[in-house]
Write a protein of this length. Structure first.
Length: 360
């Protein structure tokens, strides 16, 4: 079964953490064991592992974030530096496309033919050395590199199809996780410009007030790429039931995140034992969203497995992203139909993007 992962920060890992993502995860781990305390956790993701696991379709980000462990909020000191870094990450994706590792999915017709190719040739696509590329829709997490709302058109022309204006802390246009407030002065103009060019809004990381104000102004399709439920894990990083219901009304798909502290209440980064969380626990969030929706059409996967943490912070029974398929078995045990399982593993996001992306 084809898997769609709606949130990975691949270029950030390749460019900022110097990870050779074409290698098996075991080789990346071996290389990184030579160094101490500079690695964002034990790796679980690479292009190699995605292929092995049948993750043929992703949303991959430009992530202009400077990792500083001693800082509560981490970002570049200047917007121009963030812009330069995001352009560099974009160049990495382009190099992977040129090499045949990746296929950029800028429109719905390319998405349809990409999915058809993977589904018709799954065994070949998953095999080592396959010439069938992994698909990615280009997204940006946090908006510091968007130097003004007027620049949105240039970014769209460069391939950017999704923007999550917020990340951790206050951003240039709005407030993000761990901070409070509504849209800033240029926030409405940014959202209107996104609407004008057809760029999609990822609500993940928006502070509550910024979330509600954004939904009022932005009229186009919205998604929540990597987001769990606040009624299960009470923190502002998760969506309230009211937010989930509003997203469902807008036709959004919500990708469940595989970061332990967002999965289980009371799980503390750097303290809790990863053994206390399993992939099964993530299905509680999927169940909750399905209950609120009354169907299984609004759930997907947005693992975030390379989002600045590693094995120490992921469900203990998942070694690498190649194991992601086990989620289908968990859903099956919980009584989901095979159609609903396919929906959650890939089709819900595929259907969303077939409608939301430009035709060609
Ligand atoms: Zn994130």
């Amino acid at each position: 079964m084809l898997i769609f992962d709606a949130h990975l920060d691949m270029a950030w890992n390749a460019c900022e953490w110097n990870r050779d993502l074409e290698l098996p995860v075991s080789d990346i781990r071996k290389f990184e064991r030579q160094f101490e305390n500079i690695i964002p956790g034990e790796a679980t993701v690479s292009w190699h592992a995605l292929r092995q696991g049948g993750v043929g379709m992703t949303i991959s980000t430009l992530l202009p974030r400077l990792h500083r462990k001693d800082a509560a909020l981490t970002h570049y000191q200047s917007r121009e530096a963030a812009y330069g870094v995001a352009m560099g990450q974009l160049a990495y994706y382009r190099a992977m496309v040129a090499k045949g590792v990746l296929r950029e999915i800028p429109d719905s017709s390319t998405l349809a033919s990409h999915i058809a190719e993977w589904e018709a040739n799954e065994t070949a696509a998953r095999a080592e050395g396959s010439t069938i590329p992994i698909g990615f829709i280009l997204s940006m997490e946090g908006a510091p590199p968007i130097l003004s709302p007027e620049q949105i058109g240039d970014w769209f022309d460069a391939g950017l199809r999704i923007l999550g204006p917020a990340h951790y802390g206050p951003g240039p246009y709005c407030f993000g996780t761990g901070s409070e407030g509504g849209l800033k002065e240029q926030g409405p103009a940014l959202l209107k410009e996104m609407d004008r060019v057809g760029m999609l809004l990822d609500v993940t990381h928006l502070a509550d007030q910024s979330f509600w104000e954004s939904l009022e102004i932005f009229q186009g399709p919205v998604l929540a790429s990597h987001h769990n439920c606040r009624s299960l894990v009470n923190a502002d990083r998760q969506l309230t039931d009211e937010q989930i219901k509003a997203l469902i009304e807008r036709g959004a798909v919500i990708g469940c995140a595989f970061d332990n502290w967002m999965i289980k209440p009371g799980w503390t980064i750097g303290v809790s034992d990863p053994k206390t969380t399993s992939v099964e626990d993530i299905a509680n969030h999927t169940d909750h969203i399905c209950q609120l929706a009354g169907n299984a059409k609004h759930c997907g996967l947005g693992t975030d497995l390379d989002g600045g943490f590693g094995k120490e912070q992921t469900p203990h029974d998942l070694d690498t992203i190649a194991d992601l398929g086990m989620f289908a078995g968990i859903l099956e045990k919980r009584g989901y139909s095979s159609e609903d399982i396919k929906g959650i593993m890939s089709q819900n996001f595929v259907d969303f993007f077939l409608k939301a992306l430009p035709e060609s």
